[in-house]
Write a protein that binds this ligand. Structure first.
Ligand SMILES: Nc1ncnc2c1ncn2[C@@H]1O[C@H](COP(=O)(O)OP(=O)(O)OP(=O)(O)O)[C@@H](O)[C@H]1O
Ligand SMILES: [Mg+2]
Length: 340
């Protein structure tokens, strides 16, 4: 087995604010091999975007306190200088941002920005770069790409801007692609097209992909491993088939039972996990999920006092829960599986 291409160790991102320290990401560790996809899921505010920005080095120069290490192909992305990191961005690692406006410069045409993105890394003529860009704009589903090339970001609709940004991230065939909710603003056909493009990237260049999404259907389709985040921590981390066949954390059960199913009436489908996400300033004592968990009576230790560790429940399948593993399996089989 090859060494992991990406290895995050004890990654933490804390924001000092007037109200206290926001522990947005708090001790995350994960690995990713070339050619593989890690899906990261978790509800709004669980720390997914903050994690990706940390890998990209985009908390630099802000008040955020980032600690831990993120090794990419032997280089600690958190320790290198700004200049070296800038050189790596684009080709070694690239990101599709959740907010498409943040990624494009308003003063330059879309075509110029994409062309320059190529020419930073490669000595190619403007014409050759233009041809590559027009081709890529077409591949992400932008109609009339050669006309669109000369337009400014504000002339693009939200969906078109999202596609242009995806083109920007893919244009240099990055070895690591972080895709933060890349398809939420897009219609189903284009979504499928984008997922196909990512698969092509992976097949042709052996790229590693981090796929952040609310959509467990997308995870099932594209991920090799899945990390479920809750309140800035991983609560479950497993290979994708194991996660769907033997989900092991009550929060994951909540996500799975709230997943839309085509064979159910619409009104029946949407059952969000009951309760609200935790405060990241005053994280609940014990297990951060305990105020929303229906199973705390089964914990081997008091769930509202002791913080559970992320521990191996099954081979290559970790979770963070005080309920004994066999009992969890029983609860899942009896109470959750029949609802899926
Ligand atoms: N600059 C900042 N200062 C203070 N708190 C922040 C900052 N950026 C993010 N946060 C907080 O960190 C937490 C995690 O945010 P993040 O954007 O990573 O969530 P997310 O999992 O990506 O959610 P979503 O699914 O809505 O995109 C949130 O509570 C957010 O308010
Ligand atoms: Mg986000």
């Amino acid at each position: 087995m090859s060494e992991p291409f990406l290895q995050a160790n004890d990654l933490a991102v804390h924001f000092p604010t007037d109200d206290g320290v926001v522990r947005a990401v708090d001790g995350l560790s994960f690995t990713l091999r070339k050619g593989e996809t890690l899906g990261i899921v978790g509800e709004s505010g669980s720390g997914k975007s903050v994690t990706s920005l940390a890998i990209m080095g985009l908390h630099r120069g802000t008040r955020a306190k980032v600690s831990g290490s993120v090794m990419l192909d032997g280089t600690d992305l958190l320790a290198i200088g700004d200049e070296e990191l800038r050189r790596l961005r684009g080709r070694k690692l690239a990101m599709i941002f959740q907010d498409p406006l943040s990624a494009m410069h308003p003063y330059y045409t879309v075509g110029k920005q994409l062309t320059e993105a190529i020419r930073v890394h490669e000595k190619v003529s403007r014409q050759a770069a233009r041809a590559t860009v027009v081709d890529m704009l077409g591949r992400v589903g932008i109609p009339n790409p050669s006309r669109r090339f000369d337009q400014y970001p504000h002339e693009f609709s939200g969906g078109m801007r999202q596609r242009a940004m995806i083109a920007m991230a893919l244009i240099n065939n990055p070895e690591l692609l972080i895709a933060d909710e890349p398809t939420t603003a897009l219609d189903v056909t284009v979504q499928a097209q984008i997922l196909d493009l990512m698969r092509d990237l992976q097949r042709e260049f052996g790229s590693a992909i981090i796929m952040i999404t609310h959509d467990l259907g997308v995870v099932a389709e594209i991920a090799d491993d899945v990390m479920v985040m809750y309140g800035g921590k991983a609560v479950e981390y497993a290979e994708v088939d194991d996660l769907f066949h033997q989900p092991d954390h009550p929060y994951t059960w909540g996500l799975l039972t709230s997943m839309p199913r085509l064979d159910r009436a619409k009104s029946e489908r949407l059952l969000p996990v009951v309760g609200n996400p935790p405060s990241l300033i005053n994280v609940p004592p014990g297990c951060a999920f305990n105020p929303r968990c229906a199973f705390t009576e089964f914990g081997s230790r008091p769930c509202d006092v002791a913080v559970p560790e992320l521990a191996e429940s099954y081979p290559k399948h970790d979770s963070r829960c005080h309920i004994p593993v066999p009992l969890r399996a029983e609860l899942f089989a009896e109470q959750i599986a029949p609802r899926l």
